[in-house]
Design a protein around this ligand. Sequence first.
Ligand SMILES: Cc1cc2nc3c(=O)[nH]c(=O)nc-3n(C[C@H](O)[C@H](O)[C@H](O)COP(=O)(O)OP(=O)(O)OC[C@H]3O[C@@H](n4cnc5c(N)ncnc54)[C@H](O)[C@@H]3O)c2cc1C
Length: 355
Amino acid sequence: MKTHPVIIVGAGPAGIGTAALLSRCAIPSLVLERGRIGESFLQWPKETRFISPSFTGNFFGAVDLNAVTPGSSPAFRLQTEHPLGRQYAQYLSDVTDYYELEIEEDIEVLDVEIEPSGKILLSTYEGELRTRVLIWAGGEFQFKKAIPGTIRVSESYKTLPTGRHVVIGGAESGIETAYNLVKNGSSVSIIDPTEPWAHEVSDSSYGLSPYTFARVRYLQKSGKAEFISEFAETISETEVRTRYRTINLEHPPIDATGFDIENSLASKLFDFPNGYPQLTDRDESTKHKNVYLVGPNVQHEKAIFCFIYKFRQRFAVVVSEILRRWGQQSPVIADYADKGFLLDDLSCCDGECVC
Ligand SMILES: Cc1cc2nc3c(=O)[nH]c(=O)nc-3n(C[C@H](O)[C@H](O)[C@H](O)COP(=O)(O)OP(=O)(O)OC[C@H]3O[C@@H](n4cnc5c(N)ncnc54)[C@H](O)[C@@H]3O)c2cc1C
């Protein structure tokens, strides 16, 4: 069995972006993907678009917010500002081709073992692979929280019958669901005790994006949306109960409460003392040496890297640490820093916009 220098699990923006940087630093990596490149985006409902806008600002020092490398731009490639999921998957495939990345699709990593030698053994249905460094880029979208009695929207909002709907969760996905339901002729109750629609915060990890606030305003004007700032205490086939009210159901409630990566292999690779993976300041697991995390679950105290424009700034942190341990250097890391693709001083992530 050959030992690969680096294996990355997951061919989403985190996995592809990290593989592209490794390739530019002359470190070969193998990406294993259980579906297709950009699988999570291919599973988005047909109507779902990016909320963070894409724009071709690269040459004036403002790299497209949704780019995973400093020299690419989904806006330029796709000629749209808010890409659909399948469009963004196409962009990821193009980045893969451009950097000639080695990606094996339809290979699911089923288990990971750390051998006494420190090498890392991955099991798949097709056999075992060994690596010196494992980068977990398995994401969160495919590991959903599941509230019994609720449904999730896949395919398209148009597959939902019109009528009165209840959406549990009022963050980005909940508002997107409510917006599409109302557009398709339904009315909707959105239940969330944290009432994200009522708070304006300048860090998008803690509040709704401007794109979603525009949808909140649309819902408020429509007269067909009710915002309930309470916890859904019980959910049965016929009703949802909060502390102060009972909502009779015409259709099963829709779950928009987010994801839980502890439902993935990440639970074996990282400790989760506070509900998110515990990492060193180089984004290495505190549980296993040479196991790194890239993607939206990277979190350091108040800094949450849950958007592409945020977590892409940690690819170079991981790659420079791998280079350092192998006694190597690459000018590409400085180039990433110049382009705003390296954030290792987190003291900046603590301020609010002044206006
Ligand atoms: C509706 C919606 C809208 C969003 N809009 C935006 C936005 O506008 N801007 C933004 O920045 N972010 C947005 N996000 C978040 C963004 O999609 C995620 O942060 C991003 O996809 C995370 O990238 P990733 O590569 O870590 O994970 P993913 O894109 O989920 O990729 C992980 C990959 O790993 C694979 N995988 C998982 N487990 C295994 C395994 N065991 N073996 C092999 N392969 C495996 C999966 O198949 C998947 O392809 C949105 C998310 C949603 C749900």
